[in-house]
Write a protein that binds this ligand. Sequence first.
Ligand code: NAI
Length: 303
Amino acid sequence: MTIRFDEKVAIVTGAGGGLGRVYAHKLAERGAKVVVNDLGGPIDKESPNALRAADAVVKEIMDMGGEAIASFDSVADAEGAAKIVDTALGTYGKLDILINNAGNLFQAPFTDMPIEQYQALINVHLFGAIYMTRAALEPMRTNGYGRVVYTSSGSGLVGFNGQAVYGATKTAMVGFQNCLLLEEANRDILFNTLVPTADSRMSAGILPEHLRGFLTPENVSPAVVWMASDACNVNGKILVAGGGFFGAVELVRSKGVLIDPTRPITVEMYDEKFAELSDMRDATPYMANMTNLENRLKERGFL
Ligand code: NAI
């Protein structure tokens, strides 16, 4: 099946370079009208040339016959996010796709990093996704359609030296989408999270040299384009893409143990059972705590 975006309107945040630029290109190539958002500038602060990045990407898209408009507002404040969505609505009349890709990075041992840098990371990655979603949801509801993509990172899911706060914000995307999708369950609005790896300004100096050639943004983009499309029929997934590898990540839980809850449970009993309760060999997808508990209590005759 050919995947097309004719009549679809997309916002890609942080699309002035790196991964976002390629997502914007790929969506536009397949017919989407794209708001190319980026406040521009270097990785850690605004530059005097701030407006150039998004403009350049719009020009590239127009030159190849696509439709796009630049947006220079920041995702990191509610007003900026609302303006980005207004750009889509004002120019193209609706919003179908939101790719939350904008990002900044400061890297330092946790206790060495100035507090302002914690805040800047949280503002862009966490509040950026929150504000953009807040602004985008109403038009998507009106539209009866939405595809929302968040960007997580291996930094949070497995850890990375010097990226504690960055990693925390990236893993927060998973909790955010898990709750949102319940609220939007009756609508055709789907939320999925990408875990990318690509050679970009942000990952410069971090990726192993012998793998860099494979780690192009183009080799991530099919996963994002799919998540943004009608072909996407999944909700709340965490999908990994990088260097030609594509996969999915899931939270799992050990089989665990049920200790008689009608009698006092001591820490020594917990200690004694620890090896068994944390044995992951029979792990299954993590489901709601109450469902699991109910099943286990029934199995043991407590209910
Ligand atoms: P990049 O630095 O090339 O692109 C990020 C873009 O976001 C920049 O153009 C920047 O100007 C823009 N931006 C920053 N703050 C903004 C704001 N407040 N409002 C609007 N735009 C803003 O980096 P890259 O690698 O393309 O990163 C894209 C996303 O992927 C980021 O969210 C990053 O955290 C994530 N990521 C990247 C990985 C990689 O291997 N490159 C690994 C894991 C996650």
